[in-house]
Design a protein around this ligand. Structure first.
Ligand code: NAD
Length: 406
């Protein structure tokens, strides 16, 4: 019986397993490897970091969707894939041999080598990191009661991409709770977001991006653009503004909470496995396999897929990860059954919606722009759809977002 090893139980890996279990029952042995016993909705990490949702609301046990007759779950860290020997090396288990490997190990925070970023700021790429951010903020708020240090009340977000914007929106919602802990008014909790770009949210048309930025301004988020962060010192962000003279002097802003959301790269296991990649993303073949290795599928955040215009790869999203997984399951099914492989992978985005807290959002879907309440409902429906696709009705009912009437 063919052995399929799937690495990572995020959107791409877990969806591949769910689909293979349906299509190849009794015809393959599947082994799924993940460090954690749970799947998490990476698109909701900001809700945990802000404390608006507990981690249990954005996670579910991986075993909930596994068929133990077909799939074995191994909880371990993947060290590397030996492509020549077709073996996966794990930290605490014997090596796993495979006929086909589905590499879906997701993303890590990218510091771009900026001095002090790793040591002096908090990343938000996993449930543990999101929980660490929340507990850090709570500590600062409580400390303020004793120290009266205004920097305890300040939170700086470095990077105003999708992640940074959604996070600052969630933090704005949480202000009244933080204020209560600190014994101040919500207006005294300062939220700053700093970005190198002139035009934020470039994935949206200018009107829609401006709408999103104005939403943040109305929530009294201090936005600094064209500010290239150069260094993070303890409790201090140092940046250069566009147009500054190059005399080496930098602007600085202080806060006792500094969060790092300037971008992500694919898992470091990509490089350890000798795969050619840019920021941990491998340029996939037409069947979503690694170049020159048709038995190794690269899916989700470790994959780069070019749209027909060939300019830059599609952005990494849960939507494309789930779409890749569906394709890989179909391709693998054809190969195992010895039937014709599906035509080359293509992707059509259904749209993108950004939330700004629980009740506000904006975005584009199926050629239309959405703002405010309808966008917020759409965002929750998108999240529910991905939960349903992965976890079925059980997880949808337990973890779905049905707070649509606000
Ligand atoms: P990103 O790369 O999209 O944004 C990072 C931002 O940080 C950019 O605006 C960049 O200008 C800024 N930046 C980078 N280096 C800087 C520096 N030194 N100084 C100042 N600013 C700097 O990263 P992200 O927001 O983490 O998103 C990662 C991927 O995940 C993207 O493809 C994004 O579209 C996707 N994502 C999608 C959703 C969604 O669909 N709901 C949500 C979150 C993330």
């Amino acid at each position: 019986m063919k052995k399929i090893v799937v690495l990572g139980a995020g959107y791409a890996g877990l969806k591949t397993v769910v689909e293979l279990q349906k299509k190849l029952r009794g015809q393959v042995e599947i082994t799924l490897v993940d460090e954690n016993p749970y799947h998490y909705e990476a698109t909701d990490l900001h809700e945990v970091a802000s404390g608006n949702l507990p981690a249990s609301k954005i996670t579910f046990p991986i075993t909930d969707v596994l068929n133990p007759q077909i799939t074995t779950l191994i909880l371990d860290h993947v060290d590397k894939v030996d492509q020549d020997k077709k073996v996966v090396e794990l930290s605490n288990h014997q090596p796993l041999s495979y006929d086909y490997c589905v590499f879906a190990l997701g993303f890590v925070s990218e510091t771009f080598g900026i001095k002090g970023a790793e040591e002096n700021s908090l990343p938000m790429t996993s449930v543990k990191e999101a929980e660490a951010i929340h507990s850090h903020i709570i500590t600062q708020m409580k400390d303020y009661q004793v120290t009266k240090d205004p920097n305890d009340l300040k939170i700086i977000i470095c990077g105003a991409g999708f992640t940074g914007i959604e996070l600052v929106g969630a933090l704005a919602d949480a202000r009244p709770r933080y204020a209560k802990l600190a014994g101040v008014t919500p207006e005294q909790i300062e939220l700053h977001i700093i970005d190198a770009s002139k035009r934020l949210l470039p994935m949206f048309n200018e009107k829609l991006a401006d709408y999103g930025i104005n939403l943040l301004k109305k929530l009294d988020v201090k936005i600094t653009t064209e500010a290239l962060i150069q260094e993070i010192q303890p409790e201090t962000v140092l940046y250069q503004l566009a147009g500054d003279t190059d005399d080496g002097s930098l602007h600085k802003v202080e806060a006792n909470t500094i969060i790092w959301t300037t971008g992500v790269s694919g898992s470091p296991v990509v490089a350890k496995s000798g795969l050619q990649a840019r920021r941990g993303r491998v340029m996939d073949s037409e069947h979503l396999t690694a170049p020159g290795n048709d038995d190794m599928y690269m899916v989700g955040d470790v994959a780069a897929v070019m749209p027909p215009d060939g300019k830059r790869p599609y952005p990494t999203t849960a939507q494309i990860a789930l779409s890749m997984a569906n394709y890989v399951a179909r391709d693998l099914t054809a190969r195992v059954k010895g039937t014709a492989r599906p035509a080359v992978y293509t992707y059509k985005s259904l749209g993108t919606v950004a939330s700004v807290g629980n009740t506000r959002a904006f975005g584009e879907a199926l050629g239309h722009s959405y703002k405010g309440y309808p966008a917020s409902v759409l965002k929750k429906m998108i999240m529910n759809k991905s939960l349903m696709e992965l976890g079925g009705f059980k997880e949808l009912l337990a973890k779905g977002r049905f707070d649509l009437y606000h």
